[in-house]
Design a protein. Sequence first.
Length: 231
Amino acid sequence: MICLMDGRVIVVECWGKVNLFASDGKFQKQLPISDEAWSVTQINQDTIAISDPEEKAIKIYNMKNETVSKVIALGRSCFGLSYSNSLLAVGLSNDEIRILDLEGNTVKSIQVRSRTYLHYIVYCNDKVIFSDYNGRAVYCVDTSSEQIWEYKQDLEGPRALCTDMYGNIIVADFSNRIIVISKDGHDSTVLISKEDGLKETKYICYDNNSGFICDRKGTNLTKFNISYKQK
């Protein structure tokens, strides 16, 4: 799930449809993309990229023309996807994060160790942050495959994650809590918990002090507004 530049939201159902929602959470339409889509990231105002683990490829999709303009074959099952500074980062199986240009050329290959497939990643400032559900951890690595930090405190099963304007990492945890981890990986704060009504939380996107939370099936979308001080 991602918050688009114009405030709208895209939710990819688990192994299913790619749905577009207005900024108020109202359903707009289903995008005509493969039903095997997994992760989504935005490249520019009109263009998104979708990972397809069955086809082992990334599809570049023009939202204005509603067409797939390019297919980048990867040769491996691909999951988490993130775009930054004209480059794509994609999680391959559970041991590689590949950095690509938009033509599909490999810029970097980051070797990692994860007990879970690399379903959720964020790429920014030449660093990649990813969650390891089975390992109950969130990791930050640089493009030379060096681990910068790991965070394991109080996590029961981190799923989707995103960053805020300060570089902190917001994680949807299996414990039905939304946790923000400081950008250095040292501290954390619980933003929302099951006491606030969270249930089966799996996906999250956040932008400008507001965002959306979605359940594990991608069918229940909830908007939240919250602000907090930079750590």
